[in-house]
Design a protein around this ligand. Sequence first.
Ligand code: AKG
Ligand code: MN
Length: 224
Amino acid sequence: MQASLFDTGCPDFDPEMQGIERIELGDGAWVDYLPHWLAGHDAVYRQLAGSADWKQGRRLMYYRTVDVPRLTAAAPTTGHCAALLLALSATLSRHYAVVFQDPTLAWYRDGRDGVAPHGDRIGRLCDDPVIAIVSVGAPRRFLLHPLAGGRSRMFSPGWGDLLVMGGSCQRSFLHSVPKRGHADPRISIQFRTMEPAGTKPPARRGQSHNLLPVERAPRGLPAL
Ligand SMILES: O=C(O)CCC(=O)C(=O)O
Ligand SMILES: [Mn+2]
């Protein structure tokens, strides 16, 4: 990456991913975590916030259509961040021996934004998908809720951290980013295992293409 492409803080990352740690969650699910993988993440945050084609989703809630509490976008394919995202994707592909879809973005502008417990649609389409998330901007609580019951696991991805869900994670856990009284903005850059050829897009309109409706939300979770 050239420093001149970004105002400050030339983005960079370790292609060897040294220091990544695996956390076994049980039932064949795991999370890999590598803190501060992406240096210069604040410049990436500013670029993506200012240049991605952000969309405001809408969804039906109790007979009313409301705004989905976050913005989403396809990752830019041109401009300052495109080459960086390609390089991140190639490195993740090599490490996990998986082909990734084009990345998608979610922007949590403040504590009123969040995403309710869900499993990603890709979990229905292929066995043990890998979902790698690079976070730019401020840390946000990220919870993994075991479907079998029991305590949730908490992570705080932000500031260039890499969090990867794998194994049975999309079958045996739900994940969420709960709303907070106060939170500084964060953008989540998500790389998901490529969908098998011939997969149809979801039939329901107005829903993010990545998320499945919650079928069995664990009890006592905040409804978003
Ligand atoms: O904010 C995140 O990192 C998680 C987003 C997410 O789970 C999703 O969009 O499916
Ligand atoms: Mn998800």
